[in-house]
Write a protein that binds this ligand. Structure first.
Ligand code: IYR
Length: 223
């Protein structure tokens, strides 16, 4: 069928597999993803910058509202910036944990993760990546471009980012120091960008431990 287009379209022929292979591939991918855990104990071993770039490339393949790709991944390797981010994050988190800013309900929801205001891993890891969401775009003349489905788009991109790191044997944490407006200043980002997630990236420490969590069964995840 010859469709009429007002904009350029190109053929797309995704690979197809026999049904048995679809299931094997799906199962292998699921098992691979099921081995991923959020990590809070990292090694200080260096990680090639290329790996971080590949994870950002992967995030950048995510679908987005109107293909506006409303994300920016800021890659930070220098120790002084990591130190400043740790310091600022811990100031906020001390108010959360020791200053009573977390509601009792929130505190009890977090208890099993044994999190606290010490964010030493922000200095241990070789890389921090801060994902910023572009609330709106800015044209060269300074006028604003409305962005659609920013949260959904950036959330999906971050999911791809996490999966790419995991595929390379790297670990991360979806860290959302609360509030995290300080990241705008430290990262020197413009006013149209909102800090979305802070990712410490590295190898899990040789003695890393994670909470003994159970994923909810398919019968609860699917309706
Ligand atoms: N931002 C705090 C608290 C925290 C909140 C959630 I929701 C978590 O899943 C984990 C921690 C912190 O980083 O410690």
């Amino acid at each position: 069928m010859a469709r009429e287009h007002s904009h350029p379209f190109i053929p797309y022929r995704p690979v197809r597999y026999p049904e048995a292979e679809m299931v094997t591939r799906g199962r292998e991918f699921y098992e691979h993803m099921d081995r991923r855990r959020s990590v809070r104990f990292f090694s200080d071993e260096p990680v090639p910058r290329e790996c971080v770039e590949l994870a950002v490339r992967t995030a950048n393949t995510a679908p987005s509202g109107a293909h506006q790709q409303p994300w920016k991944f800021v890659v930070i390797g220098d120790p002084e910036t990591r130190r400043r981010i740790r310091e600022a994050a811990e100031i906020e988190e001390r108010q959360n944990y020791e200053g009573g800013r977390l509601t009792p309900e929130w505190r009890s929801a977090l208890a099993h993760l044994e999190t606290g205001s010490d964010k030493g891993y922000l200095e241990t890891v070789p890389w921090l990546v801060v994902c910023f969401a572009e609330k709106y775009g800015v044209r060269p003349d300074g006028t604003r471009v409305k962005h659609y489905y920013v949260n959904e788009s950036v959330g999906i991109a971050c999911g791809f980012f996490i999966a790419a790191l995991h595929a390379m044997g790297l670990s991360t944490l979806t860290h959302t120091p609360n509030p995290m407006a300080f990241l705008t200043g430290i990262c020197g980002r413009p006013a149209n960008e909102r800090p979305y997630i802070l990712f410490p990236i590295g190898y899990a420490a040789a003695d890393a431990e994670v909470p003994d969590l159970v994923r909810k069964p398919l019968s609860e995840a699917m309706a």
